[in-house]
Write a protein that binds this ligand. Structure first.
Ligand SMILES: *Cc1c(COP(=O)(O)O)cnc(C)c1O
Length: 377
């Protein structure tokens, strides 16, 4: 028998979340963001469920190639654009649209020999200060691009730094609007959080947000609420798309004063039973999720005990007398009983975000790619 750990990918949940995002942005076309190997899910594992999107957005040529190999003929957008001149040949060959965020990328386009002009997304830095032209440079960059025979249609794009907070997109949206209001072209603004909060923003701010012709949805497709844990988090009906499960492979009976794991960081206050689970940080379970992180054993709530080590972690079985060796453990997602442990709750206990947990799923964890959602959710 293989080591009992397994990641389950739920295509029905991906389809459901895509439909939720569509309802939130009914007039926009939707990029399914599949960078980082579809947020750790595996591009090949999510592809069929996401073909209802209008395009796929990612960073790597290898991932773009894999999408074409899967038969995707629609748009693919490179979110960071090209890195060197010959990347533009790959763009021509694979028919990729690409972001232009700096002068060097315009220089490369000007030097690119092609007969087929390329579709580009001009990125404006509206306040996040990662990628993009400063607002006052937007017009000059657009004018330069527009004069190039290598360039086809030009769309306009920006990225929000605080879309998971109430009214967190208003200031940047205003900066973007002011910098681009007289430029033609489709607009591509919202990430998951902005899509889910868009209506709220429009109502509360009594402000017209620039229309997003395209939205870029990542994390919400994968069932994580971008504003999880905030007092005013909006309640959306997303389903978990990844469940990480393993088993109790050993049971220990502790006496008061006994310790568990490296560093003896957990000390039993009284006699108790613990289960030892075949999952550790080398599987992608964060080391920061030691003592107290929520976890399910046979679908029942429990907590981790002591430090997470490379291949193992411990769970509290004190209140679970019928669970022992071989018990199913759900690290996040759905237990086979249908009980749900939100990946956001695990991430929060470890001081991180669901993005990091999903992306860190280790290649040594076997994946069941086409897992049905449990009946009794
Ligand atoms: C990753 C990424 C997204 C998707 O963000 P989510 O929060 O996962 O929806 C959108 N736009 C850009 C530029 C990105 O890099």
């Amino acid at each position: 028998m293989p080591r009992p750990i397994q990641a389950l990918i739920h295509p029905d949940a991906l389809r459901h979340n895509l439909a939720v995002l569509r309802q939130s942005a009914p007039d926009a076309r939707l990029w399914a963001v599949v960078k980082a190997n579809a947020y750790g899910h595996g591009i090949e594992h999510v592809f069929a469920a996401l073909t209802g999107a209008d395009g796929f957005a990612l960073l790597d040529f290898d991932e773009a190639r894999r999408l074409r190999a899967l038969g995707w003929r629609g748009p693919i957008l490179l979110l960071e654009g090209v890195f060197e001149l010959r990347d533009l040949e790959a763009c021509s060959r694979l028919d990729l649209w690409h972001t232009v965020h700096c002068e060097a990328q315009i220089d490369m386009l000007a030097a690119h020999k092609t007969h087929v002009p390329q579709r580009v997304f001009l990125k404006i830095n509206s306040g996040m200060n990662r990628l993009g032209f400063a607002p006052h440079q937007a017009r000059a960059a657009w004018t330069r691009l527009n004069a190039l025979p290598q360039v086809d249609e030009i769309s306009l794009m920006t990225h929000f730094s605080d879309a998971d907070r109430p009214l967190g997109i208003c200031d940047q949206a205003a900066v973007f609007e002011a910098a681009t209001s007289d430029l033609p072209g489709e607009r591509c603004l919202s990430n998951s959080a902005a899509v889910l909060r868009q209506n709220l923003h429009a109502r509360q701010a009594a402000q017209r947000l620039p229309a997003s012709d395209w939205v870029r949805a990542g994390i919400a497709l994968y069932g994580s609420a971008p504003d999880f844990g905030q007092p005013d988090a909006i309640d959306v009906d997303l389903q978990a798309t990844m469940s990480l499960r393993s088993q109790v492979i050993a049971v220990q009976q502790l006496q008061a004063g006994d310790t568990v794991g490296y560093g003896s960081s957990f000390v039993a206050q009284r006699p108790m039973r613990i289960g030892v689970v075949a999952c550790g940080y080398a599987d992608g379970y964060p080391r920061s999720c030691g003592s107290g992180t929520p976890i399910l054993v046979d679908g029942q709530p429990s907590r981790t005990i002591g430090r997470v080590s490379m291949d193992l972690l411990a769970v509290d079985l004190s209140d679970l007398p019928t669970s022992g060796q071989g018990a199913e453990v759900t690290l996040w997602g759905y237990a086979s009983s249908g009980a749900l442990l939100p990946i956001d709750a695990v991430a929060q206990a470890g001081g991180t975000v669901a993005y990091e947990l999903m992306c860190a799923l280790a290649t040594r964890v076997p994946v069941l790619a086409d897992a049905a959602l449990p009946e009794a959710r």
